[in-house]
Design a protein. Structure first.
Length: 258
């Protein structure tokens, strides 16, 4: 079983509708650092949320994903060309990309192969930007229930690469000339139902349902409802973004995930 292709195919529409979006400041930051009139490649594009914002700031964006159903559900824009392709074998010409992005997807990739491909396709002044988010922060009581959900209820359904992403890519190898991590955050106002819709997009949630035939949300429903209060009340949900931003040209050391 390929977790990415199997589970994200089944939930592609939900993923497009219920995943949080990245802040405007993040894309403006990329536009400030990338060469002018950059040609952009967005890898692991998923529902195309990053590609769509990049297309508002750059004249040409190619967005690729190995999951055809994700591509079929991706947001459209005149400046975006979607392709079914892997990040490790992008099909792009050598020295043709000025800005290479991976939004919450680096954990799915073979790092050595991807970084070699990145070095091949980036122009001499090109920029590579990798970012992602992990756990939510809402209130201490709600966070405690969700910690129970992720660490106990779903404990046996987390793949190693997903734990890596959940823990903010701690120890991620990045053999490029690092620029900075500006410390962006995602904030969103959600009702309890909206939060549940977000949880439903997790591959760990889907694995639990597939393998056990029951909804794991039922294990936390009463505790989460008690901690939340009025289910129609919107609460501020925060995700911390970890970003690696660097310039082209691999450094002479090996690639190790941890």
């Amino acid at each position: 079983m390929n977790i990415y292709t199997d589970y994200y195919t089944n939930q592609a529409r939900e993923y497009a509708e219920h995943r949080p979006t990245y802040p405007e400041e993040l894309y403006n930051f990329l536009a400030e650092h990338a060469p002018r009139n950059s040609r952009v490649l967005d890898c692991c594009t998923g529902s195309g949320q990053a590609a769509l914002e990049l297309a508002k700031r750059f004249p040409s964006v190619t967005a690729i994903d190995i999951n055809e159903e994700q591509i079929n559900n991706a947001a459209r824009h005149d400046n975006i060309e979607y392709r079914v392709a892997s990040a490790e074998q992008s099909g792009m010409d050598a020295n043709s990309i000025d800005l290479l992005t991976v939004a919450t997807g680096i954990h799915w990739l073979d790092l050595e192969e991807f970084y070699s491909e990145a070095d091949r396709i980036l122009t001499p002044q090109g920029i590579i930007a990798i970012w992602g988010y992990g756990a939510t922060s809402i209130t201490p009581d709600i966070d405690a229930v969700l910690d129970q959900f992720t660490g106990v209820t779903l404990k046996d359904y987390w793949d190693d690469v997903l734990w890596f992403a959940w823990n903010n890519y701690k120890g991620l190898a990045f053999p490029f000339k690092t620029i900075s991590d500006p410390g962006f955050r995602i904030t969103k106002e959600l009702t309890l139902d909206a939060l549940r819709n977000y949880l439903f997009t997790w591959t760990t949630y889907q694995r639990y349902i597939t393998e056990r035939g029951i909804d794991p949300y039922e294990e936390i429903r009463s505790d989460l409802e008690a901690a939340w209060g009025d289910p129609n009340q919107k609460r501020t949900v925060t995700w911390t973004i970890t970003m690696k931003l660097g310039r082209a040209n691999l450094q002479p050391h090996g690639v190790t995930v941890r």
